[in-house]
Design a protein around this ligand. Structure first.
Ligand code: G6P
Ligand code: MN
Length: 445
């Protein structure tokens, strides 16, 4: 099998080593010739990459070249696949997003509501520039984007690159939820076939089938209702906040047993409860800074200092394996069926065509082929439409520098709704992000 060249954009991410472990695990099905890391923060990336070199030398010597760089030409030229996992503003700005929303009594979350708006406003510009630059140096490469908020990023990039069939927006959350279903039922994650519709971080599983055709939906619902639900995916199983989120799936299902919800719906369906449990000085960003980030730094330092990864506590994870299987599917034309974020164009027949929806699709070398969903029920349709209005208005606002559109966006978002609150949040977000958003400060918009 022909070996491929992979570039990880956002090489300094706390996810990078987990992805490498997953690449090692998947080396037979997705063999690599080279791995390149790209980041704007060279020091942060250096730790991951120096540790990666040692790890790969020991466990994946077939990789001929491992380099890290802040030079786009070096990073992108010759790449077959790029994983995009950038975070403009870093975890520090994530913390600020969460705190601003909470300080106004609203949900403070990375990708939902006011936090999602702020993060989206920062991501859009960098993502557009990145895709442009990648296309300059690697016109034929597959760009697999996991940068958040994926819904807003997908909406923005599809406006600028409407014909780019090799730019795919994905999210691991449904897979991580399904991993818990599989563990609950005693079967394999990759044997489960989801039927699902929605927007990114805003959707529902309508059915879960086993690959052998058995419909497992009712069994899963019964298990969750009777026994509860927990996160079993190794990369979040030890995180109290994720366990709390998974536990809430039981409440969500009890309160509306129609479909199996995405975890992120908790923020939209129970915003008051989500705000009440938060500590503004210890939001999720702070937990990641004090937890996963420190832990990864220590692991890297140990590997670098000892010169071996033999004692490192590292495992592959579903997040990484999922990305790699998506890459394998498009590069080697496998047609694997995964959820993907695509332009609606009639897939959900009673929803506007230009919505970026998350639905099952088969992934081939000539592109992503989504399956028709048909009509969705009134409740979910109406929820999706208000959220879609928020997403589209955030993107409009970014292009136009329109403060008013941001206020309208938050007015539509179930985590805010109240106009005076929307105004206060927007002004705080713009003030905190002035350096990233000059278009909002040009005149009196
Ligand atoms: C899931 C979502 C990602 C999100 C991540 C945040 O994996 O699918 O989109 O970025 O959770 O996790 P964290 O542990 O950083 O809160
Ligand atoms: Mn996601």
């Amino acid at each position: 099998m022909e070996r491929k060249n992979l570039t990880i954009v956002g090489g300094g991410s706390t996810y990078t080593l987990g992805i490498l472990m997953s690449l090692i695990e998947e080396k037979v099905t997705f063999p690599l010739k080279s791995i390149r890391f790209y980041d704007i923060d060279s020091e942060r990336q250096r730790f991951n990459a120096e540790a990666a070199k040692i790890l790969l030398q020991e466990l994946y010597p077939e990789v001929e070249e491992v380099i890290y760089t802040t030079n786009k030409e070096v990073a992108f030229t010759g790449a077959d696949v790029l994983f995009l996992q950038i975070r403009t503003g870093g975890l520090e700005m994530r913390e600020k997003d969460e705190q601003i929303a909470l300080s106004h009594g609203c949900v403070g979350q990375e990708t939902c509501g006011a936090g999602g708006m702020a993060y989206g406003l920062r991501s859009i510009g960098d993502m557009i520039t990145l895709v442009k630059d990648i296309r300059q140096y690697a016109p034929e490469a597959w760009i697999l984007n996991y940068t958040n908020p994926a819904a807003i990023v997908a909406e923005a990039t599809t406006r600028v690159f409407p014909d780019d069939k090799k730019l795919i927006n994905m999210c691991d959350m449904p897979c991580i939820i399904m991993e818990s279903y599989a563990d609950m039922l005693g079967c394999e994650l990759w044997d489960l076939v989801p039927e699902y519709f929605g927007l990114n971080h805003y959707g529902w599983f309508t059915r879960i089938l086993h690959r052998n055709g058995e419909d497992l939906t009712q069994k899963i619902k019964d298990c969750i209702i009777n026994q509860g639900f927990s996160a079993t995916s190794n990369f979040i199983a030890n995180e109290p906040s994720w366990q709390e989120t998974f536990k809430n799936m039981q409440t969500m299902l009890k309160d509306n047993p129609e479909f199996l919800p995405n975890t992120y719906l908790q923020y939209y369906l129970y915003p008051q409860k989500m705000v009440a449990k938060e500590d503004i000085n210890n939001t999720r960003a702070r937990q990641v800074i004090d937890g996963r980030e420190k832990e990864m730094y220590t692991i890297c330092k140990d590997i670098i200092d000892s010169g071996t990864a033999a004692n490192a506590n590292l495992e592959s994870d579903t997040h990484g394996v999922y990305m790699i299987r998506v890459a394998e599917s498009v590069v080697f034309n496998k047609g694997y069926r995964y959820l993907s974020i695509v332009k609606n164009n009639g897939i959900i027949s009673n929803l506007q065509d230009d919505a970026m929806v998350e639905v099952p699709a088969s992934l081939y070398s000539d592109g992503v082929k989504p399956y028709a969903i048909g009509e969705i029920p009134t409740f979910q349709k109406a929820m999706i439409e208000s959220q879609l209005g928020y997403e589209k208005l955030v993107v409009d606002a970014w292009f136009e520098g329109s403060r008013q559109k941001l206020i309208n966006a938050l007015t539509l978002n179930r985590t805010v709704i109240n106009v005076p609150t929307a105004i206060k949040i927007v002004d705080d977000v713009l003030a905190a992000n002035k350096a990233y958003l000059p278009q909002f400060f040009n005149d009196n918009k």
